[in-house]
Design a protein around this ligand. Structure first.
Ligand code: SF4
Length: 283
């Protein structure tokens, strides 16, 4: 697979709410917190969901306390469940399918998330042996998206997640070590491993953090202003309220729209091409 094809697959994972029956606003539970002003159990529509499945406070979600809604990204799982798995039947017109639809949605979300990570890995210049193994997993995941609801509900996703996680780690290590080899001085990859590190609120302004491994790291409210984060791996990292204003994330790896939506940034933050600048960053 060439880089262009991998990028097209990644870009195809864009949510299209006009083709979805408001699944994120219905299937998922909401817990009152700094991100939401209300509680809502899973499987019940949000009070703001309108009959055409649009949100009546869409233009002012943050102002109304629904910050969590501006962070969420289903990676296109909503429209696939609505239009492919359930063939355009809505839970409002067919209440008997509602429960099944709401349980399938988070499963499809996880499949789409894995497809997003693999397609990103395939967009890098990596050894053929590694890309061949990633391609096998990609095809398997794409086939899963076409299963019917009954088949999706009994899937053992760990069977896919574990080998995929290993392949993504291998990709990350290859890319980060390739960069370290080009940097001046004797760079020791061990010093770049901050997997699952607790860096909550850490002051890192202006630091060179290239090729760092931040897999699963807690970077909540960290000061990352004007940092260089190229080729840093962010898979599973918690970036809530981390300040990436002016930071260079242009080639950061496995960064998601949700992570960026949950962080603070500005017009000077440089983002990877597949990530959109959140509208709430405009100052
Ligand atoms: S506030 Fe709007 S976007 Fe958020 S869950 Fe409710 S309907 Fe959906």
């Amino acid at each position: 697979m060439d880089n262009g094809t991998a990028k097209n697959i990644r870009e195809g994972l864009t949510a299209d709410c006009s083709k979805c029956f408001g699944l994120c606003c219905t299937a998922l539970a909401i817990v009152a917190s700094t991100d939401f002003p209300i509680n809502k159990p899973a499987g019940t529509p949000c009070v703001n969901l309108q009959s055409d499945y649009s949100c009546q406070i869409h233009s002012n979600l943050r102002g109304r306390g629904f910050k969590g809604c501006t962070v969420f990204d289903c990676l296109g799982a909503g429209q696939v469940v609505s239009q492919v798995t359930f063939k355009g039947q809505s839970w409002r017109d067919n209440p008997e399918i509602g429960d099944k639809m709401f349980r399938v949605f988070p499963i499809m979300e996880q499949i789409h998330e894995m497809i997003a990570y693999i397609s990103e890995a395939l967009s890098y210049d990596i050894p053929h042996k590694l890309s061949d193994r990633l391609n096998v997993q990609l095809v398997a995941l794409q086939n899963l998206t076409r299963l019917d609801a009954e088949q999706l509900l009994v899937l053992d996703l760990a069977k896919y997640r574990i080998p995929i996680n290993n392949l993504l780690s291998e990709t990350s290590k290859y890319i980060r070590e390739s960069l370290l080899a080009k940097l001046p001085g004797n760079k020791n990859a061990t010093n770049y491993n901050h997997e699952r590190a607790d860096w909550i609120g850490k002051k890192l302004r202006g630091k060179d953090l290239r090729a760092m491994n931040f897999r699963g790291a807690y970077l909540i409210a960290a000061d990352l202003r004007n940092t260089d984060l190229r080729s840093a791996d962010f898979i599973g990292a918690d970036l809530r309220d981390a300040d990436v204003s002016g930071a260079n994330l242009s080639t950061s790896m496995f960064l998601t729209q949700m992570q960026i939506n949950s962080a603070k940034g500005d017009v000077k933050t440089t983002l990877p091409s597949q990530i959109e600048r959140p509208s709430h960053w405009v100052k």
